[in-house]
Design a protein around this ligand. Structure first.
Ligand code: 6PG
Length: 470
């Protein structure tokens, strides 16, 4: 063990923990590491960390006492009970002013509870979203910290130097009190789901309607991604080009079509529903994963119905590019709208310009699109991206393509739930009148729930039926 005390500690030596330890050390800090199973720590120290200023510890007591005060401990363990277990083990060993940073995908309500518990003991708890997968953890993730601002000040230099570096600064910014960081990370994941599903639908239409091969599809995505520089599009290109060594054909064809999920997309939709915020593209993406998981049922039902794929028309391919672009923009618009409402509801005081800026690099939803998004939010009055000058023009230019694509796909048995949800979201939000007058009349009819009139203030009820004669 090194004679000096370490400036930073990491608990959890799965790949994310290992990579972040190497990243933080690379930024010039001595790091202590600990894992419940010591063999993992030993292997890490002997192999990847052999010539690094990384102190391997095998007892939690040794780990804690190897750290300088106030201690700064990042926990990267599976979200849920393991986080509570680690906190319970740490608390008796730590001292006032020490800081626990939860870098996992914890549910924001768990984070609120943990902040309260840890702060009651005189310590600090920073619920911190970390995005970017294994590569990001090693080379610079996007870091979304929330919690007590004084605690953030203590760790800010370390986290900012480990984050991705952009011309506008590191992709790490203090976001707000309590669970603000984990809330923002949750919404990041909701957007991630919606963008992934939109891309998947475009791929599916290209393959089945345009009948392009994998190389051709990769070329198109590559071209479409030039102005966007979106990570999720970039990986789509690579995925489409990858061959299965065993079969000598595109690997994608060999991957089972049932999507799994750890739950952050569902949490986003659930929280949006709780707060009364419509996020239909995100929810469509969650539903699409659920539907995909019904593989057996899908197989059985597909035999009961005829299929037909005659939805393509001249110019479909070009329209598809615009349709995908608008669906992606709409995914961000819904996520940011949710953040606006949540910030108000939970007193996070989020700065959406900052949020967009720290998503610009390092994270899974990174894209050059985040520049105009961040710029749009320099207008503090902006209530939705649909109203921003830049995106208003984009919607005007691309809307017809989105309509035509959704309509063409809908004439087939192919699916486009995210594209279609984005279109309906846009149409609803930009319609001065909606058929909700009918809903109100129905509610009043069967439940005397009352309605308002367009020509008069007040609350009204109509006796729709003559009860005596019913
Ligand atoms: C990230 C990702 C990551 C997430 C995976 C898997 O920002 O690095 O969002 O945190 O865990 O993408 O999520 P699902 O299993 O829900 O698809």
């Amino acid at each position: 063990m090194s004679s000096e005390e370490s400036e930073f500690g990491i608990i959890g030596m799965a790949v994310m923990g290992q990579n972040l330890a190497l990243n933080v050390e690379e930024s010039g800090y001595q790091v202590s590491v600990y894992n419940r199973t010591g063999s993992k720590t030993k292997e890490f120290k002997q192999q990847r960390a052999s010539d690094r200023d990384i102190v391997a510890t095998y007892e939690l007591e040794d780990f804690v006492s190897s750290l300088e005060r106030p201690r700064k401990i990042l926990i990267l363990v599976k979200a849920g009970d393991p986080v509570d277990m680690v906190i319970d083990q740490l608390l008796p060993l730590m001292e006032e002013g020490d800081i626990i940073i939860d870098g996992g995908n914890s549910h924001f309500q768990d984070t609120n509870r943990r902040v309260e518990k840890v702060e009651e003991e005189g310590l600090y708890y920073l619920g911190t979203g970390v995005s970017g997968g294994e590569y990001g953890a090693l080379h610079g993730p996007s870091i979304m910290p929330g919690g007590h601002p004084e605690a953030y000040e203590e760790v800010s230099d370390i986290l900012r130097s480990a984050a991705a570096q952009t011309p506008e600064g590191p992709t790490c910014e203090y976001l707000g009190p309590r669970s603000a960081g984990h809330y923002v990370k949750m919404v990041h994941n909701g957007i991630e789901y919606a963008v992934m599903q939109s891309i998947a639908e475009a791929y599916w239409a290209m393959e089945n309607l345009l009948e392009l091969n994998h190389e051709e599809m990769a070329d198109r995505f590559e071209e479409w991604n030039r102005p966007l520089e979106a990570y999720l599009m970039e990986i789509t290109v690579e995925i489409l080009r990858r061959e299965d060594e065993k079969m000598g054909r595109p690997l994608l064809q060999m991957i089972l079509d049932t999507a799994k999920q750890k739950g952050t997309g569902k949490w986003t939709s659930r929280s949006a529903l709780d707060l009364g915020v419509p996020t239909p593209t995100i929810t469509a993406a969650v539903d699409a994963r659920l539907l995909s998981s019904r593989k057996d049922q899908r197989g059985r039902l597909s035999e009961l119905y005829e299929t037909g794929n005659s939805g393509v028309y001249d110019g479909f391919g070009e329209d598809l590019e615009d349709a995908l672009y608008l669906s992606i923009v709409t995914a961000y618009a819904q996520g940011l709208d949710l953040l606006t409402v949540a910030s108000h509801e939970y007193d996070y005081s989020l700065d959406l310009q900052d949020v967009a800026r720290i998503w610009k690099d390092g994270c899974i939803i990174r894209s050059d699109l985040l520049d105009p998004i961040s710029e749009s939010y320099s207008d503090s009055e902006l209530d939705t991206l649909l109203a921003s000058k830049k995106f208003r023009d984009d919607y005007r230019d691309g809307l017809n393509s989105l309509q035509k694509v959704v309509s063409a796909i809908s004439k087939t048995n192919l699916i486009c739930p995210a594209l279609s949800a984005s279109l309906n979201y846009f149409n609803s939000l930009t319609s001065e009148r909606l058929p909700a007058n009918m809903i109100q009349a129905q509610r009043d009819y069967f439940g005397a729930h009352t309605y308002q009139r367009v020509d008069e203030e007040g609350t009204f009820h109509t006796e729709w039926q003559d009860i005596k004669n019913v």
